[in-house]
Design a protein around this ligand. Sequence first.
Ligand SMILES: [Zn+2]
Length: 348
Amino acid sequence: MPSRSSDARRRYVGWSGIAAAAAAVVVGCTSTPAPPPVAAGRSPLYSQLVQEVSGAGALTHAEALQQIGDRNGGNRATPGPGYDASVDYVAGVLRDAGFDVSTPSFVLRQRRGGETVVRNVIAQTRTGSAEHVIMAGAHLDSVPEGPGINDNASGVATLLEVATRMGSSPPIPNVVRFGFWGAEERNLNGSKAYVESLSDSRREAIGLYLNLDMVASPNAGYFVQGGADPPGSRSGPPGSATVGRVLVDELAANGIVADLVKFDGESDYAAFVDADIPSGGVLAGDANKKTPEQADRWGGRAGEVFDACYHSACDRIETLDRTALDKFSNAVAGTIARFAESAEVPAR
Ligand SMILES: [Zn+2]
């Protein structure tokens, strides 16, 4: 668990449009409801993405990652051959789709002493201004106990589906950048190393970070992390309410009434939150139990955990909730399209 310190926060410089829109939302809650800060997209890109992106498309990538686990001792943990093969798969898919792909490495301290070098995967569109970056990420590693298909091949597969349907050169004003993190299951090392590697200007160019970690839990729930009022370290830096609101909107467009929850520091958004980057996340639930009210709203089994295979060998392709994968894929696609095209983001 990363320790969090509010005094480590840096002054928020860029992307004041998103922060200002979030402030308007907070005010709106006490009087009349504010209009959505980022208009619901009806652009050609938005329409195309929400139409084409599907859970079935994401599932093909999850299946590939399952096979990688099967061929490498049943896991994709960092460090290890299953993780390395996962990096090669993701980088290959994105290179084939024309993205600008890199695999920056970081040093991971081994449990029994010594160090090893681990790669993240970073890919971005060739269109859009590099001063205005929309970032979405998912951890690419599993625990050693299993292949990690809900946790978190599901998040990786969703981003690969969105990226390949969007293509590497969509007509967008803002760059869309995807991050696939190593060693999340080892104290969030990959995402921390990435954020630490950024210069001030490159960090400030990131307008927001959207995290996907477990989006097809077998007894699925629909949680949006961050953006809860009032603003604070556990609800994210200013601007996070906007990210959360758009995610909630896009899930609603898929017939889902999501629960908005605070950040708990247990996934890769933590490094971005600590760097004062507006953030949001989606999650279908882990080892907590579904309440009767949630089962009424979302279906599934009340009183049972969201993912009975969490961090175990049965976290396999067969257990995924394909409906949840489909709805989250669609909602994430719509969210990324809306922010990629947002005209409310001012030039810095
Ligand atoms: Zn995870």
